[in-house]
Design a binder for this molecule. Structure first.
Ligand code: SAH
Ligand code: F3S
Length: 452
C-alpha cells in the first residue's frame, strides 16, 4: 500500500486535524512514511494566521515539486487546511504540480480523494465547499497498541469555527461559523482514549468558551462549556483536563468557579490578551477591556493561586501608538504572565483591519516586538526560577526529547520536567521535588520520587 507523509504548520487544531487524516489513511491500509523522500503522498496541512506561515508552506511545496516531480512523477502533492480553504484553486494556478487542495471542512474526504488520484481516476481535486456536520468528523486517533506508545495525553476537537470576527483575524473565514459537537459524542471519544491509556485530555477549538451556545442552554447558571467540562470530568481514569483556546469574554464566574470545584481541571489558563490598550482592544473587536481582563486574572488566582497563565499578544496593530503599546507593557507587568506568544501584526487580506488607517512600518513593529519579548522573558524567567525547591505533581509522558535516557512529564501548570526514572513510570502521576530551573525545562530529583 502507498505511504503518506504529513507536514503540519500552525496550531494544535492543525496537529489534531493531521492526526485524524493520518488515522483515516492508516485505517484504509496506507502506512506513514518516516520522511517525505520516500512517501507516495505528501500533504502539507497549512496555517493562514500570519503571512509568514503561508509563505513557509508555499516555499516548501515549490521545493517538493522541484525535487520530486521529475524523479517520482506519481507522487501525490496536496495542500490541506486553512490556506487550502482561503486560496482554493489559486494554489494550483500558482503551483500547477499540486494535485489536491482540501479545505477545512473536508479532512474526512482525504483518503477517498487520494485513492482517486493514485488510481488515476482524477487528475486534480479542489474541494473547499462547506459541509454540514463536518465539525463531528475529526474523531479518529492514531492509537498504537504497544504499552510504551500509548498516548498519555491526547487532543480532542470539540468545535469548529469562530464567530468573534476579531478585526485582524482570518480564522472565521478559513474555519467558518461556530459549530459544536454533541457532548455525548465528545465524552465517548474521551472515554475510548482513556480506556487505551490516555490520562490527560486537551479539549480543542478556536474559541472553546463559546462551545455549544446554541445547542445547550445555560443550566443552573452553567454555560454549555462548563457542562461539557463536568461531563468529561466524570470519566473514570482520566486525571487531567486542559483546553485551548478560550476567549476572555467566556471566562464567566461559572468557568472560574469550575477551577476550584473540578480537581481534574488543571491550574493552567491560556488567556489571549492581544493588547493592553482599551482603544486598541475596541478596534480589534475583542469584546473586553483592560479592567475586565485584570478582573478575570484576579478571580482566577483567588480560586487557584498556583494558576499558570499564558497569553497571546499582537504588536503593531494598525494605529497602535507608543502610548497604547506602553499600556500593553504595563499590563504584562501587572499580570506577570508565565509566558506569552508575541506576534508581529500581519495584514490579512479581506479582514477589517487590513483597511484601517495607520498601518505601521515594519521597523516600529520589530522594535516593539523585541521590547515586549524582552519584558516577557524577564518576567517569565523569574517566575520559572522561583519553582525550584517546590514539590510538583507531574504526569510522565515518555523519554525526554533532549536526552532519551531520561524521562519527561508536565506539571499541572504545563511546565516540562525532566528526571531520571524508568519505563514503569510511563503514564503515572508523580510528585517530584524540583531541583533546578533551566531556560525552558525544570529538573526533578529522582531520589524524592514517591516510588510505589
Ligand atoms: N483562538 C485562536 C486564535 C487563532 S490565532 C486559537 O488560538 O487557535 C492565534 C493567535 O495568533 C491569536 O491569538 C493572535 O495573537 C495571533 N494572530 C491572529 N491573527 C493575527 C494577525 N493577523 N497578525 C498577527 N498575529 C495574529
Ligand atoms: Fe480569531 Fe478572535 Fe476568533 S483571534 S479565532 S476571531 S476569537
Amino acid at each position: 500500500m502507498p505511504t503518506v507523509f504529513i507536514k503540519t504548520y500552525g496550531c494544535q487544531m492543525n496537529e489534531r486535524d493531521s492526526e485524524a487524516v493520518a488515522a483515516q489513511l492508516v485505517a484504509k491500509g496506507y502506512s506513514l512514511a518516516p520522511t517525505e523522500t520516500v512517501a507516495d503522498v505528501i500533504l502539507l496541512n497549512t496555517c493562514s494566521v500570519r503571512d509568514a506561515a503561508e509563505q513557509k508552506a508555499l516555499g516548501k511545496m515549490a521545493n517538493l515539486a522541484g525535487q520530486f516531480r521529475r524523479t517520482r512523477r506519481d507522487v501525490v502533492l496536496g495542500f490541506m487546511g486553512c490556506m487550502a480553504q482561503s486560496r482554493g484553486q489559486g494554489l494550483i494556478d500558482q503551483l500547477p504540480d499540486v494535485d489536491l487542495v482540501l479545505g477545512t471542512q473536508k479532512f474526512h474526504r482525504a483518503a477517498d480523494y487520494i485513492d482517486d488520484l493514485l488510481a488515476g481516476r482524477r487528475q486534480q481535486i479542489v474541494d473547499t465547499a462547506e459541509e454540514q456536520g463536518s465539525e463531528a468528523t475529526i474523531r479518529e486517533h492514531l492509537l498504537n497498541g504497544s504499552t510504551t506508545s500509548v498516548p498519555v495525553t491526547a487532543f480532542v476537537s470539540i468545535m469548529q469555527g469562530c464567530n468573534q470576527y476579531c478585526t485582524f483575524c482570518i480564522v472565521p473565514y478559513t474555519r467558518g461559523q461556530e459549530r459544536s459537537r454533541r457532548i455525548e459524542d465528545i465524552v465517548a471519544e474521551c472515554r475510548e482514549l482513556v480506556s487505551k491509556g490516555t490520562r490527560e485530555i486537551t479539549l480543542l477549538g478556536q474559541i472553546v468558551t463559546s462551545y455549544g451556545k446554541r445547542d445547550y442552554p445555560v443550566r443552573d447558571d452553567k454555560s454549555a462549556f462548563v457542562q461539557l467540562l463536568e461531563a468529561v470530568h466524570e470519566i473514570e481514569g482520566l486525571e487531567r483536563i486542559r483546553f485551548t483556546s478560550p476567549h476572555p469574554k467566556g471566562y464567566g464566574d461559572d468557568l472560574i468557579e469550575a477551577y476550584g470545584r473540578l480537581p481534574k481541571l488543571v491550574e493552567s489558563a491560556h488567556l489571549p490578551l492581544q493588547s493592553g490598550s482599551d482603544r486598541v482592544l475596541k478596534l480589534m473587536h475583542r469584546g473586553y477591556t483592560r479592567t475586565r481582563f485584570l478582573e478575570i486574572i484576579a478571580k482566577l488566582r483567588a480560586v487557584q493561586p498556583a494558576m499558570g497563565i499564558t497569553t497571546d499578544i499582537i504588536v503593531g496593530f494598525p494605529g497602535e501608538t507608543e502610548a497604547d503599546f506602553e499600556e500593553t507593557l504595563s499590563l504584562c507587568r501587572e499580570v506577570g504572565f508565565d509566558n506569552a506568544y508575541v506576534f508581529k501584526y500581519s495584514l490579512r487580506k479581506d479582514t477589517p483591519a487590513a483597511e484601517m488607517p495607520g498601518q505601521l512600518p515594519v521597523e516600529i513593529i520589530e522594535e516593539r516586538h523585541a521590547r515586549l519579548l524582552g519584558l516577557i522573558n524577564e518576567i517569565g524567567g523569574r517566575k520559572f526560577a522561583s519553582l525550584a525547591g517546590r514539590t510538583m505533581q507531574i504526569l510522565v509522558q515518555g523519554p525526554s526529547h533532549r536526552n532519551a535516557a531520561r524521562l519527561e512529564g508536565r506539571t499541572r501548570c504545563n511546565r516540562i520536567v525532566v528526571f531520571d526514572g524508568s519505563e514503569r513510570h510511563h503514564g503515572q502521576l508523580l510528585d517530584l521535588k524540583i531541583t533546578r530551573a533551566g531556560s525552558f525545562t525544570l529538573y526533578g530529583d529522582p531520589a524524592i520520587l514517591n516510588l510505589d
